[in-house]
Write a protein that binds this ligand. Sequence first.
Ligand SMILES: [Zn+2]
Length: 407
Amino acid sequence: MKCRHCGNTGFIPFADLQTAPPSNAMLTEAGLLEPELYFPLVVEVCDACFLAQVDEHQQASDIFDSDYTYFSSYSRSWLQHAERFAAMATERFGLTEKSHVLEIASNDGYLLQYFHQRGIPVLGIEPTANTAEVAIGKGIPTVVEFFGRQIAEERLSAAAELIVGNNVFAHVPDINDFSAGLKAALKPGGVISLEFPHLLRLIEQAQFDTIYHEHFSYLSLGTTERILAAQGLKIFDVEQLPTHGGSLRIFAAHAEDETKRGLSSVAEVLAEEERAGLRARDIYQQFQPRIERIRADFIGFLLEQRGAGAKVVGYGAAAKGNTLLNYCGIKGNELIRFVADLSPYKQGRFLPGSHIPVVGPDRIEAEKPDYIVIFPWNLRDEIEEQLGNVLGWGARFVTAIPELRIR
Ligand SMILES: [Zn+2]
């Protein structure tokens, strides 16, 4: 294995989740009878540039195909997040009808719609055809392609005042090629905004369930700065966001852009990472025993409830839940009867690996479970509010990470 940024071959062990099927590969009833592909799910950290990464076992084109079932617009809080970003960016960077906003991994148009409403020309780049179709239906021009240096040079050359990439930078197998594409597509004086989960928060909160095959890199600000600098880009501002358990939103510009000076926010986060030890071996090597403890506690809870005859169900058929369930070796619906999800694209299907059925949220009301395990813990408040009525029969909410909590 070679580091996908610097090519170094020395690695520090970090998280070994054994093997799992791709997290978004939801199964149909017929698919349950077919063999399932399992891939190693192991994250190691380059001991030269400290990029935490999974080895590439599967082509990105196999993961993000037409069966891809993640539609951003099904999360209300994520839509609000996108709307606030559009308002902020329009004002801060003075965007007008003459500007051009490019979003990479624009999904179903959840973000670009808010620029479009303001009359600002937009373009989305989205590799999954079924989500792109929804965006096009909303009037958002969308190119169905993977983003990288080639498409940026051929079709988008220096076109964009603002390039947005939310939860895509960590998802690309060739992070250097992607960064070169950002450089090529950015107008002189333009701004790049990228959001990705912060490796420091992943470690602090033991968020090992955010590790899955679609997620190739786990990023600190220090490593991101280094990757972008190699392509002639500089980070001039960073914000810490609560999304996905703690994300960074970085703002970058051409290295030669004298109008963008590094703000103190950048030095502060870099110093915090340094103090936490992200540039040394220990913090990574101490991670595995913590996730093994979480696994033992969660399995213990499920077995105890089965013994007591209690009814346990899940909520939120997200990738996170699949990492947890597969790492815990859960198979079939004896311990967790079903997982409820709002998305009609997931209902009627089965989770990869565990084969737990996915149903509509109305089944919770019908079955009146004793416990509801919330898998997307980052949306816990939103989900508890949506399900408020279940408390009428005394159901309790459970989250497994960063430790088993029952409320
Ligand atoms: Zn490296």
